[in-house]
Design a protein around this ligand. Structure first.
Ligand code: AMP
Ligand code: ZN
Length: 439
């Protein structure tokens, strides 16, 4: 590795002294505060916290006076409560993967979009990507940022981008072979699935030019990374991001693959104790809280990601001064990530509760089916429904299936159970069993 040239998109910023990064952060925070004061949603909250203009923010430590923002706030502010520019300046809208009744939506101006693409291009360059790469993006295109957010950054870097989107593995393989794809972007589980298909279809290693994969959207271990690398004979890079923060590339591994550099000129990164909201001691695990500095259309101040991670202490061999985040170890809420799609048990409950014939109890099982995730929803039906014939019960199952897929964008297996057969929902009933191995 030492002999390998270390690639940069913007060496000056990526290796800036900490004092310079912190100066950029303070300047950015002050701009975001003025911006937030223009929005319907933040204005009363900031005034209540005694912040009337950016003049109230004198040092980076003053961020501790700024109230937190949650996913719930985004939903409450839907559709335009967090907009800080005239609607006519917005050129793009994105939303979180999976949906609930009210999606969490972000807006970008052309400048915001250019900066988001630049952040992504910087990330890909740090990982060793370049304009000669042929990149197949296997993440879903649409509102989810893993598609378009990644795409624009890869194009900006100058690579040839093939927007195959997710699924249709045989077609993915054909494109990989015919175009000589050198890099793919996919979830870790899909990469394993892809490998199984490569073997099943009889492709030889020489048929493919693949050299690296960018992976993210769901937690995965170092062991799983190594397994994918060995199976596919490539290098795998971890990429963290979320739609609320413009998508993938908030933090990214450099060629040393020893933690993800969080781009601190574009985000203020805090790791806090989720109970006390005090910063955890350096190197300890806490909740990641992010403030975006590179977006005019929609400020998000101290956004509680619910994702758990820690800072990796010490400098990185690449020379970058932006701090590194360790692999994510989980979340502080009950959100499940099924094949890269966020699913909240409460969304499933919402569908069940409003459907006639569904009883009081349900149970959700997440498990592996081959290399992919499988979600099963077991649901009791009412005694009246149970007395009906099989056709009525099948119709109920079909209806639940289609309503689930409309609301959570994935298709769970629906199992209809007889009344009284599932754990009772009193007190702290355990309604979710995540049986997937933690590796
Ligand atoms: P979305 O807004 O749909 O892009 O989902 C963002 C969420 O996906 C994050 O809050 C994380 O929980 C998860 N996520 C994204 N990238 C990673 C990663 N590299 N490792 C672990 N979890 C990730
Ligand atoms: Zn590095």
């Amino acid at each position: 590795m030492a002999t390998r040239e270390i690639p940069f998109r913007d060496r000056r910023i990526e290796t800036a002294p900490r004092a310079v990064i912190e100066w950029m952060q303070l300047d950015g925070l002050r701009r975001q505060i003025d911006n937030a004061l223009k929005t319907e949603y933040y204005r009363p909250k900031l005034l209540a916290a005694g912040i009337t203009s950016s003049d109230d923010i004198k040092t980076l430590d003053d961020i501790r006076r700024v109230p937190f923002t949650t996913k719930g706030d985004l939903r409450e502010a839907y559709p335009f409560g967090l907009l800080a520019v005239p609607k006519s300046d917005v050129v793009r809208v994105h939303a979180s993967s999976g949906t609930t009744g009210t999606p969490t939506v972000i807006y970008l101006t052309q400048r915001d979009l250019d900066l988001a693409s630049d952040t992504m291009a910087r990330s890909l360059t740090a990982a060793g990507g370049n304009k000669n790469d042929i990149i197949q993006n296997m993440m879903t295109y649409g509102l989810f940022t893993g598609g378009l957010g990644f795409h624009y950054g890869a194009e900006l870097m100058g690579a040839m981008v093939i927007p195959t989107s997710s699924g249709n593995t045989l077609r993915q393989l054909k494109f990989m072979k015919d175009f000589g794809t050198t890099m793919v972007h996919a979830t870790p589980s899909y990469l394993l699935h892809l490998h199984a298909a490569i073997e099943a279809e009889g492709y030889r290693r020489d048929d493919l030019k693949l050299r690296m994969a960018i992976t993210g959207a769901e937690p995965h271990s170092e062991e799983l990374r190594r397994k994918i690398e060995e199976k596919l004979g490539i290098e795998v890079y971890n990429c963290y991001g979320m739609s609320e923060m413009n998508g993938p590339g908030v933090a990214f591994e450099c060629v040393f693959r020893a933690g993800m550099h969080a781009w601190e000129d574009r985000y203020i990164v805090e790791i806090l104790d989720p109970e006390t909201f005090e910063p955890v001691p350096e190197g300890e695990i806490g909740e990641l809280v992010l403030t975006i500095l590179c977006r005019d259309a929609m400020p998000l101040l101290r956004y509680r990601t619910r994702d758990l991670t820690r800072f990796i202490p010490g400098p990185c061999a690449c020379g970058r001064t932006h701090r590194r985040l360790a692999r994510f170890t989980g979340r502080t809420d009950d959100m499940l990530i099924i094949n890269g799609v966020n699913v909240f048990p409460s969304q499933i409950e919402e569908v069940l509760l409003k459907t006639k014939g569904v009883g009081a109890n349900y149970f959700i099982i997440a498990e592996k089916s081959g290399d992919l995730d499988k979600l099963t929803v077991q649901v009791e039906i009412t005694p009246e429904m149970f007395a009906d014939d099989a056709r009525v019960i099948n119709a109920l199952r079909d209806r639940l299936k289609s309503e689930m897929s409309a609301l959570i964008t994935i298709n769970p297996v629906m199992e209809i159970k007889q009344p009284g057969s599932l754990p009772v929902s009193e007190g702290k009933a355990k309604r979710v069993d995540d049986r997937r191995p933690k590796d």
